[in-house]
Design a protein around this ligand. Sequence first.
Ligand code: DLL
Length: 446
Amino acid sequence: MWNQKLECIPRSELALLQLERLKQVVERVYNKVPLYKKRLDKLGVTPESIKTLDDLRCLPFTVKADLRENYPFGLFSTDVKDISRLHASSGTKGKPTVVGYTKNDIDVWAEACARSLAAAGVRSGDVLHNSYGYGLFTGGLGVHYGAERLGAVVVPASGGKTQQQIKLLQDFQPRILCCTPSYALNLSFTMEEMGIQPESLNLEIGIFGAEPWSQRMRAEIEKRLHITALDIYGLSEIMGPGVSMECLEGMRKDSNCGLHIWEDFFLPEIIDPESLAVLPYGTEGELVFTNLVKEGIPLLRYRTGDISQLNAEPCACGRTMIRMQRVRARLDDMLIIRGVNLYPSEVEQLLLQIDGLSPNYQLIVEREKALDTLEVQIEVTEELLDRWGNFENGQLELKTLSNHITILLKENLGLTAGVKLMPPKSVPRSEGKAIRVIDKRRGDKI
Ligand code: DLL
């Protein structure tokens, strides 16, 4: 463990620390951020009102739109001159959201990431290949600082130039690979195309996150790259990668063990996204975080839009920090097609059960004469193609396979979808976060 004292802190001590920090953060935003002053005044809450951790529930929520409407620095609680780094997430709608970090914030972030990497089994001296994008995205630099803090040998590969990255994997023989799960797949397919066997590399552990991925996808990546794949979670509004992390010990016992949240920094809640009521542990809902130690842009009760649940049971690894279930989906990823609610990850979980299909897929949503349609476009595997010599020769089998998929989707998700089986390499490959849905109803283009 990177910081055993804190990671295994007795929960009663942790609660005292959290309360102390919560009081400080409320005082900070009350005095420095006009939006929070206004909202807290409206609710009749002052910093002195915070007497117990349950008083968290009196605090106002924050949403992504608050950051956009106060673009760029309106929610900062530090003078811009005291900020040492800015990151931003582009998002799909309008203005980006901007976050600022003081030197202390970067220090805390490095600590959270070092803890996360250590939980995944990274050790000082390990060569760590980091393909998260470096730049305004928090993935690259966040993991980089955590890895350096831990004493790893970092290869700052960033995203893109996949063949060149594979050369680096061959030459530097890293034990650890960090990237999005969809990019890990892209790497594995490109390796296959280059005739490179996973055994010729030294990779043992993959630390994957920044987008939802199913357990089937995990199994697929592990099989293709011969590694153990672990889930890292985070979001720029709260910090970046390293808000929570699966631990190797827990994962080996149960692949659904969940991710430890570094609760001395980030205070989690699960709420019902409709009523906004706080839900008990073990109930699925929207994940909400309050920053406990941030100086640049501490947020109160930030609604992540991510669907998860909390689990306070002790973990096999001995850490006392609570676990969140791997994120099942994002609330705003939910597609409503002819009245049926559907998450891309549910489709993924079904598709990856079927032999002959590769994990490269996209969902295309359209509106035809006021009727919504879904088409699942998915590549068949090279092995299947080899059986026929070329794609055209396999038309009969392709028809049977696509009928089978249509029935599976109908039976499990209650939705009639079109299925288009594609030759290998025809679905665009991910260089970072995969684009799984093209929703032409909102103007997306292929
Ligand atoms: O994606 C930070 C990050 C970088 C996390 C590298 C992990 C690894 P944003 O770009 O602000 O930050 O996007 C945050 O991505 O609210 C989730 O919807 C999604 N997300 C992040 N990690 C996971 C994960 C980074 N492990 C948004 N599983 C979050 C599922 C994830 N979704």
